[in-house]
Design a protein around this ligand. Structure first.
Ligand code: CFM
Ligand code: HCA
Length: 534
């Protein structure tokens, strides 16, 4: 593996190589006492073709995109709105009220003259138009790069319009694309505003014996539908999903839950902390990607509520769902066992999907995040030691205090301690590294060059990443599975999703088509004719 690292860095100028060397590590996390640190959440080297997206994408596309009854207006040139229009495959079920703005693309369509003279008037008109047309519960405004550069005040405009309407919550986000080093900054900006302007607004208590929030699950390819099916079957009430298949009211009611379950740690862990500080709701890390992980996560939830009735129900559901999963594994595993995969996805999936591949007997030989932070690699214990730089300081941390009339400790310190002693860990996440084998290659903010070089050097049986990597990898003759959009497949979460995934991976890694990448005449250019004079 050390040689692979050297090979990856060989072509770079010394300064670039030095920087990239700190973002590429050979995994030792499982064996050594003080594992090496990885550099993460830092600026991408200019000129390198990164896999990352921008802060606006993280705010508008990722966090706010999946909520159906909020009108999301992009304040900026039309390209930003257009590219974030339905590309993330976050599904929604409009239910009985049918209020669903996800299929629309709202934008102020900024022009040169707005850049010169200011775009606030145009934004105001756009908010008014959206309100007149739809009378939505809320309108959100997203700032693109030029908005920050010219200084349009989206917050002042939002406040003015909210006051004017009286029955529509309007708030904005300073989520200019350049605001942070990646999408991750956009998640934080979005979540801070949701927490400030929306969470806790609905004071009506919610029914349910075991009430949870599911944080960091975005219903890509219907994953959230499958998780909700399972939770419902177990008798667990999901008060709010942040933000897959969500509604305004779910965010507004999140304080009524008794436990927060965190799926994607990267995009939302601070919301779990804020819900705990303000309302007294403890949180645990869960993972519904992989059948075994799903079962484990359900058992953790049951353990928390500490009610034999729920424990039994959860075990019954697992016993009912697993035979089909096991039969699928039994059928497929002999064809997938021993194959190798590389996982390079945003900030969670490069970890979560490791479990699904393990169920197929496949091995992840190299993995990394586009924009994960050190805690997503090394575990939350490193958080106090993470260096704060100019870019991370730029992203606001909210100061949260217990709500004077709504804080309610869900468990006594003694109860929490007893649960911890029994093995249930609160506020805990070990990160990706300990789950990977020693010697596997961990790479932060992978780029186009390194992706191709890795494939050339290690020849994996499968490469998983996003749309930007898809075709360049396939042209190298390696099957490529998108773990962002799922290549229009999914769901892959929960029990039924796992089966779905096994079948697709079986077809992908065992397809003969990849051996026909070169046309016969490319391999054997035998048509060398000889000219014969008559
Ligand atoms: Fe979390 Fe996500 Fe991801 Fe993410 Fe994303 Fe996504 Fe992703 Mo694409 S919130 S970090 S910003 S799990 S959009 S649903 S697939 S990069 S690994
Ligand atoms: C984003 C969204 C994205 C992009 C996926 C991809 C998604 O980062 O803005 O590059 O294929 O999941 O849709 O991560």
């Amino acid at each position: 593996p050390t040689d692979i690292k050297k090979e990856l860095l060989k072509k770079y100028p010394p300064k670039v190589a030095r920087k990239r060397a700190k973002q590429i590590m050979i995994n030792e996390a499982t064996e050594c006492e003080a594992p090496p640190e990885i550099v993460a959440n830092v600026r991408t080297i200019p000129g390198i073709i990164t896999m990352r997206g921008c802060t606006y994408a993280g705010c508008k596309g990722v966090i706010m995109g999946p909520t159906r009854d909020i009108v999301n207006i992009t304040h900026g040139p039309i390209g930003c709105g257009f590219y974030s229009w339905l590309t993330r495959r976050n599904q929604t079920d409009p239910g009985v009220d049918g209020e669903n703005y996800i299929p629309y693309c709202f934008s102020t369509d900024m022009q040169d003259q707005d850049i010169i003279f200011g775009g606030e008037k145009k934004l105001e008109a756009a908010i008014q138009e959206a309100y007149d047309l739809f009378h939505p519960k809320a309108i959100c405004i997203f700032s693109t790069c030029p908005v920050g550069l010219i200084g349009d005040d989206v917050h002042a405009v939002s406040r003015k319009m909210k006051e004017k309407f009286g029955d529509c919550n309007v708030f904005g986000f300073s989520c200019e694309g350049y605001k942070g080093v990646s999408q991750s900054a956009g998640h934080h900006i979005a979540n801070n505003q949701v927490f400030t302007h929306l969470v806790g607004e609905n004071k009506e208590p919610k029914e349910g014996k075991y009430k949870i929030n599911l944080l960091g699950e975005y219903n890509i390819g219907g994953d959230g539908f499958e998780i909700d099916r399972i939770l419902k079957k177990c008798g667990i009430t999901n008060i709010a999903t942040f933000s897959g298949n969500s509604t305004y009211d779910q965010f507004a009611s999140a304080q009524h839950a008794d436990l927060s379950c965190v799926m994607c740690h990267r995009s939302i862990n601070y919301v779990a902390d804020m819900l705990e500080t303000k309302y007294g709701i403890p949180w645990i890390k869960v993972n519904f990607i992989g059948a075994k992980s799903t079962a484990k996560s359900l058992r953790k939830i049951a353990e928390y509520f500490n009610d034999p009735e729920l424990v039994k129900k959860v075990n019954d559901v697992i016993a009912e769902e697993m035979p089909e999963v096991e039969a699928a594994i039994e059928d497929i595993k002999e064809r997938t066992a021993g194959k190798t995969a590389m996982l390079f996805v945003g900030g969670s999936r490069a970890h979560h999907y490791n479990d699904l591949f393990a169920e197929l007997g496949m091995k992840t030989i190299s993995a990394g995040y586009e924009f994960g932070h050190r805690d997503d690699y090394e575990g939350r214990q490193v958080i106090p030691n993470i260096k704060v730089d100019a870019d991370s300081r730029n992203i606001e941390e909210l100061e949260i205090t217990p709500s004077p009339d709504e804080f309610k400790a869900r468990k006594t310190p003694a109860e929490l301690k007893a649960l911890e002693d029994a093995g249930l860990k609160f506020r805990h996440y070990d990160g990706l590294n300990p789950d990977l084998d020693k010697g596997s290659i961990i790479i932060d903010d992978l780029n186009q060059y390194e992706a191709e070089k890795l494939v050339e050097l290690l020849k994996p049986d499968l490469f998983c990443a996003g749309i930007k990597e898809k075709f360049s990898i396939q042209k190298l003759g390696i099957p490529m599975k998108q773990l962002h959009s799922y290549d229009s497949g999914g769901p892959y979460a929960g029990f039924k999703g796992a089966i779905n995934f096994y079948q697709e991976i079986d077809r992908l890694v065992n397809s003969k088509v990849w051996s026909y990448m070169k046309a016969p005449w490319q391999e054997n250019p035998e048509l060398t004719a000889t000219f014969v004079w008559e």
